[in-house]
Design a protein around this ligand. Structure first.
Ligand SMILES: Nc1ncnc2c1ncn2[C@@H]1O[C@H](COP(=O)(O)OP(=O)(O)OP(=O)(O)O)[C@@H](O)[C@H]1O
Length: 654
């Protein structure tokens, strides 16, 4: 059997996909070159047709820098074996730890909870199916009603939004004479991303249903400033906003007034800081305090990092500190990480070359709709947008027949993001490939698995990513992908009282034998895991070879990943050491056969041709940068709220 025998167009299935699944597939099986008609007249330089430029942008490929395929396949590099020359997988001891515990629910029902308007209880019960009070709600509602500043820390998915939404609406509906939308803004809620802002707005809208004179609204970008200005003019009582857009309006929209503000909420404070919004928040506070010196500040976070405490120092005065972790558990919340009890955490150690097949095998094992009971929803975290773009397309191309793949990252248009967010919330089964933009605060019901295909950049990222599952008491699981040189991360997580267990690579790859594979593949696999894994890898590689655009996307994804890996902060380099990684082996995990120096001009060229290619790549990148097209998002993990970069201030306009 030769490698070419294995280079099949893989078609893996267990049963015919349901129509529903097919309809839901955002990125369905596709041939890239079909998407791009190419003007390829003999003798003349090919140009991309205008209407196709839009398509290229959709794939996040810059049309100016897109090399047009001449209807030929990509030249193949040498095929390296998947199972040879791999580093050994170290033995990672599992420690039995007692995690920090946090009781999710308090022994109280909303029915008996004092100080809340009966209409609000009805809205909770009938509109949101909520009857029992969670611990963080029990601890926060009264202090917020009392009016002092409050700092709240509680685990992911514990109901922090209602913990402040209920008392704020309670206070606003009590005010006499009744407040009116024309008065101006009474509460400002700041969140780090648009999705979170929209999700929070939805909750305020449901709770305010019986109090028609209180009007919640939002300012998050993603639509024209003009329409947002119109909304401001109509009047808003509770403003839900992302920091960048809020500040833009503070500077450019005169009708936006804060003189009535009674409550300021900074939700997902740790994430607001991670995104570098500290300066924006400071600037906004200055503007706010000039118009309204006294108001209640509430700050919420799932982790209490020193940076969050610094932000608390800036915004809160003599705050009441609420920590929902078990008060009998002696722990230091800045050191120990609090994870929901119902979350089972795992890690897998794979040599770099085997990462892609291990991921595919894991997805196949969990998400093929064998029958309805086994339907599974999964989030897969990638380091960069280009990686997310590429893996969504690659996995859809090879496995999209039976599994619906979706993607979510900060460079997608707002309408795409909203559509994906809404669709993925409503589907029963599917894989959402995302960057950290989806990590914090998003409430996606009943996600079963969180896969971190690239490791988180910090322990808080870890907590927030895995926190997208096991919400409000539901069961959930997580899997962290590591290469052998990264296993120290497991020890560090365990030092912070994270209980995490290993899934062995060989067990994960076994899935390839239990899923039904059609045609030649099942014959070739013949009950052998290594052959099945190699066949799967070959089908990824041949998809990339056959489709030039997929190849371009693979190169972009790989390059962005290399840059990302090289940019791990100093304090993490003992785990993620760029010098220790084998770039060629990682290229294989992007289904690329080219040498790293050819893909991205990385590493020492081995011969003249490689040197020439490298120089060309560097020059191309230089001109790209000079044209201002080279943005941070192409190299870094992104937490983008989707806002365009802010331009220098313009004079005020009405
Ligand atoms: N008392 C409750 N009973 C049942 N479900 C609840 C209750 N309170 C909130 N929820 C639901 O729990 C989910 C998570 O709530 P929320 O997003 O506010 O959590 P969170 O603590 O802010 O999480 P994260 O830190 O991840 O943002 C939501 O779907 C919400 O409707």
């Amino acid at each position: 059997m030769t490698m070419d025998d294995l280079s099949l167009n893989l078609n893996i299935s267990s049963s015919a996909p349901s129509n529903q699944t097919k309809k839901q597939s955002f990125a369905s099986k596709r041939n890239y070159n079909d998407d791009f008609d190419i003007d390829d007249d003999l003798g003349s330089a090919p140009t991309v047709k205008k209407k196709k430029i839009k398509k290229l942008k959709e794939y996040n490929i810059d049309p100016d820098n897109y090399e047009i395929p001449k209807k030929t396949e990509v030249k193949s590099g040498p095929i390296s074996s998947l199972f040879q020359n791999n580093p050994d997988i170290p033995n990672v001891p599992t420690r039995r730890l007692k995690p920090v515990s946090e009781a999710l629910f308090a022994p109280t029902s909303y029915e008996e909870f004092p100080g809340i308007h009966p209409f609000m209880k009805k809205n909770l019960n009938e509109g949101m199916n909520i009857t029992q009070v969670t611990t963080v709600q029990q601890l926060s509602i009264q202090p917020i009603l009392d009016g002092g500043d409050v700092l709240v820390r509680s685990q992911t998915g514990s109901g922090k939004t209602l913990a402040y939404a209920i008392p704020i609406i309670q206070k606003l509906q009590e005010m006499r004479p009744k407040i009116s939308r024309k008065d101006g803004i009474y509460a400002v809620i700041i969140l780090p991303t648009r999705e979170l802002a929209l999700q929070t707005l939805e909750i305020f809208t449901k709770l305010c249903k019986s109090f028609t004179w209180i009007v919640p609204s939002w300012l998050t970008g993603g639509e024209k400033m003009k329409s947002e200005k119109a909304r401001i003019r109509k009047g808003i009582s509770i403003l839900v906003a992302t920091p960048g857009r809020l500040l833009d309006h503070c500077k450019h929209t005169e009708t936006l007034k804060f003189s009535k503000v009674e409550h300021l909420v900074l939700d997902e404070a740790d994430r607001i800081l991670d995104q570098g919004y500290e300066r924006d928040i400071a600037e906004f506070l200055e503007i706010l305090k000039k118009q309204k010196p006294q108001f209640q500040s509430i700050l919420l976070s799932a982790t209490l990092t020193p940076a969050v405490q610094r932000l608390a120092g800036m915004t809160l005065q003599n705050p009441i500190q609420i920590d929902a972790a078990d008060s009998t558990d002696i722990h230091n919340t800045t050191d120990s990480l609090v994870i929901p009890d119902s979350l089972k955490q795992h890690f897998i150690v794979t040599p770099p070359k085997l990462r892609l097949v291990a991921l595919a095998s894991f997805i196949l094992g969990k998400c093929q709709n064998v029958n309805e009971d086994e339907e599974s929803k999964m989030l897969v975290f990638m380091a960069t947008q280009d990686m997310a773009d590429y893996h969504t397309e690659l996995l859809s191309t090879v496995l999209g027949e039976n599994i619906a793949f979706f993607k979510l990252h900060g460079s997608m248009s707002q309408s795409e993001r909203t559509e994906v967010f809404k669709t993925f919330r409503s589907v029963k089964s599917g894989v959402l490939i995302c960057t950290d933009v989806a990590a914090r605060g998003l409430d996606l019901p009943l996600v079963d698995w969180i896969v971190q295909y690239t490791a988180p950049s910090s322990s808080t990222d870890y907590v927030h990513r895995v926190g997208r599952t096991a919400r409000v008491g539901h069961e959930g699981s997580s899997l962290l992908f590591l290469i052998p040189s990264e296993v120290k991360l497991v020890e560090e997580l365990q030092n912070r009282r994270i209980r995490i267990e290993e899934i062995k690579l060989k067990d994960c790859l076994q899935n390839l034998l239990s899923v039904k594979m059609e045609g030649d593949l099942s014959r070739l696999a013949d009950g052998n895991v290594e052959t099945a894994a190699t066949a799967l890898q070959m089908s990824f590689e041949s998809a990339v070879l056959q489709q030039k655009i997929l190849h371009t996307s693979a190169c972009k994804g790989y390059t962005s990943w290399v840059r990302f890996y090289a940019s791990y902060s100093k304090d993490l380099r003992h785990i993620f050491n760029f010098k220790q990684i084998h770039l060629g082996h990682f290229a294989k995990s992007f289904a690329l056969r080219d040498a790293p120096s050819v893909i991205s001009g990385i590493g020492k060229p081995k011969n003249k041709e490689e040197l020439k290619n490298k120089k060309m790549a560097i020059n191309k990148e230089k001109s790209f940068k000079q044209r201002g097209n080279f943005s941070k998002k192409q190299m870094l993990s992104e937490f983008d709220s989707g806002l365009p970069q802010r331009k220098p201030s313009k004079p005020r306009k009405k």
